[in-house]
Structures are given as C-alpha cells and as structure tokens.
Design a protein around this ligand. Structure first.
Ligand code: DQA
Length: 157
C-alpha cells in the first residue's frame, strides 16, 4: 500500500562511485560532494513537509536490498543508479516489485550526450520520470517530482 509523505521518508539512492563526487571527474559531475546533494535533498523535501532517507552504495545487491526496504517503508524513490543504470536487470526487477511507488531516476550528466553505452538505462523502464543533464539540481527536481506524485500539498512558507 502506498505510504504518504507524512508517515514515510523519500528514499534517495545513489549507486557506485557517487561517494567520490567532488573529486571524481569534476569537469563532468561538478564540484559538489554527496553531502552537499544530501543537504539539497533535505531542504527540497522539507518544503513539501517530507523527509529523506539518503544512501549510497558501491554494491548492486545492497541497492536491491534498499529498494526492497523502500517497497515497504518509503513514500517514493529517487535513484541515481550510476553505472548500474546501464547494466542492472536486478535493480530494474527490484523496482518492478514496488507497485504504485513513485520512482524518479536522476543523472547529473546528460547521459544522451555521452558514450553510446550510457544512452540506455534499464531503470528508465520503471521510472515515472527521468532527469538528466541538470547537474546536482536534478536531485532537487527529482525530490519535488516524487513529493508531487506522492500527493503532497506544498507546505505554506
Ligand atoms: C551518472 C551517469 C552514469 O553513466 C555514470 O556511470 C555515473 C553517474 C550521472 O549521474 O550522470 O556514475 O549516473
């Protein structure tokens, strides 16, 4: 059964190598760190009366476990699957168990302007929306979209 933002956080999942943001290919991914992105997500969610559960793993199975957790305990999922976007049937299958749960996929870079192998994402087959090429601001857009899909009324400022 879908949860509401009042009683469940938005799961924000980050895949492999995103722990190195700020140091990793800054010409592609910018200078913000993953901690900066977490702060952005927390702030963005707060405007919707929502909270985030922000996680990163370099391991496919751990991401699968966390998606299964979100299936039961979270109001929606924002996911940057990183390289697993292009390879992981297991992550797609896990997301496909989350009936009715809002899912938005985010990529910092514009994957469609990059190497051919980045143009396809398995996760996109399940995502309700896909954001790419908006830099780290894409995470704010993704949190807003999941909050909207989860039926939030924007909290009065
Ligand atoms: C990425 C794009 C992927 O192709 C790449 O493997 C990443 C990051 C992005 O945020 O732009 O690790 O998902």
């Amino acid at each position: 059964m879908p949860r509401t933002l009042a009683d469940a956080p938005i799961m924000v999942l980050n895949g492999p190598n995103l722990n190195l943001l700020g140091q990793r290919q800054p010409e592609i991914y910018g200078s913000d760190t993953l901690a900066d992105i977490e702060a952005l997500c927390v702030k963005t969610a707060a405007a919707y009366g929502a909270t985030v559960d922000f996680r990163q793993s370099n391991h496919e199975g751990e991401l699968v476990d966390w998606i299964q957790e979100a299936r039961l305990n979270h109001a929606g999922v924002v996911i940057n699957p990183a390289a697993y976007s292009h390879t992981s049937v297991a992550i797609l299958d896990a997301l496909n168990t989350c009936d009715g749960l809002p899912v938005v996929e985010v990529h910092i870079s514009n994957i469609h302007q990059r190497e051919q192998f980045r143009h396809h994402s398995y996760v996109s087959l399940r995502a309700d929306g896909v954001i790419a090429g908006c830099g780290v601001q894409g995470y704010a857009f993704a949190v807003e979209r999941v909050a909207t899909l989860a039926g939030a009324a924007r909290a009065e400022a």
